[in-house]
Design a protein around this ligand. Structure first.
Ligand code: HEC
Length: 246
């Protein structure tokens, strides 16, 4: 009897384990753009392999779908989608560009940061590029910045105040602060929130004839209705060649 119990609980464990593997596998396939059962994310425009002028604006559109819900029908929040654009000096290197969204972008896309902060342009709050430039030599400032994110801040940048963020944990604030200081001012990588919008063809150097932009779309929302944790699983990408003005 004890033996039987052991066997059946082992069988159960195996069943749970294989169910988990199958689920993880389908997420993985969705991430690669294959048959999706849980999550599918697609960059529908611009077309992969298209060419655009350097410094020009490129309209983009991304669809994300899971569990029969889609951005197409407004059932998935636009801000559950983040587009990363990464300059490459040779588009042949595109496949080597990682498909990992920095964790900080999950917090930034899921909280209300975008209401006041743009990545490059000043708004109600300073841009992440400006904050990154100001603190780039002082990584120790991250602890203070993290406190400012969670508790609010005033008087550092001007007369406007940042409200406290009780929705952001101390750990999430720290990860966001570290990313803003370390990468908010990166010349070659830019982020855009929302499933539609436009990105700019920003070269990180004087671009050669094979240079381009690798645009990768990420989903940062819940994987199931009611999920409270944010996943960042799933990605799809297009490569856009840069054209010089003549
Ligand atoms: C309602 C507008 C608003 C929102 C929402 C907002 N901020 Fe701010 N943020 C500001 C303003 C204004 C400042 C400048 C405050 C100051 O001068 O002390 C600021 C400053 C900052 C700074 C620099 C702090 C310093 O000490 O230099 C960081 C980092 C920052 N915000 C990150 C975030 C993040 C991450 C979020 C989302 C979780 C966020 N902010 C949401 C308005 C906002």
């Amino acid at each position: 009897m004890a033996d039987l119990k052991l066997t059946s609980s082992r069988a159960l464990a195996v069943a749970i384990l294989s169910w988990f593997c199958v689920s993880a596998d389908s997420i993985g396939h969705a991430a690669m753009g294959g048959a999706a059962t849980l999550l599918k994310i697609d960059v529908t425009s611009p077309a992969n392999g298209s060419s655009r002028l350097w410094q020009g604006q490129v309209a983009y559109s991304i669809t994300a779908a899971y569990d029969g819900k889609s951005t197409r029908f407004g059932e998935i929040q636009p801000n559950d989608v983040v587009l990363e654009t990464r300059y490459v000096s040779d588009v042949a290197m595109a496949s080597k560009v990682g498909r990992m969204l920095p964790t900080a972008l999950n917090t930034i896309s899921q909280s209300n940061c975008a209401g006041c902060h743009d990545f490059e342009a000043g708004g109600a709050g300073p841009s992440y590029a400006a904050i990154g430039a100001r603190y780039s030599g002082t990584p120790a400032a991250a602890a203070t910045l993290a406190l400012h994110i969670t508790r609010g801040s005033s008087g550092v940048w001007g007369s406007s105040a940042m409200p406290p963020h009780p929705d952001v944990t101390a750990a999430q604030a720290r990860v966001a602060a570290d990313w803003i200081i370390g990468h908010g001012n990166d010349a070659g990588v830019h982020y855009y929130l929302g499933n539609t919008g436009s990105f700019r063809m920003i070269p990180a150097e004087r671009p050669g004839p094979r240079a381009g932009i690798v645009a990768t779309a990420f989903y940062t929302g819940p994987l199931r209705p009611g999920d409270t944790h944010r996943t960042g699983t799933g990605a799809d990408r297009v490569v856009v060649m840069g054209l010089a003005h003549h």
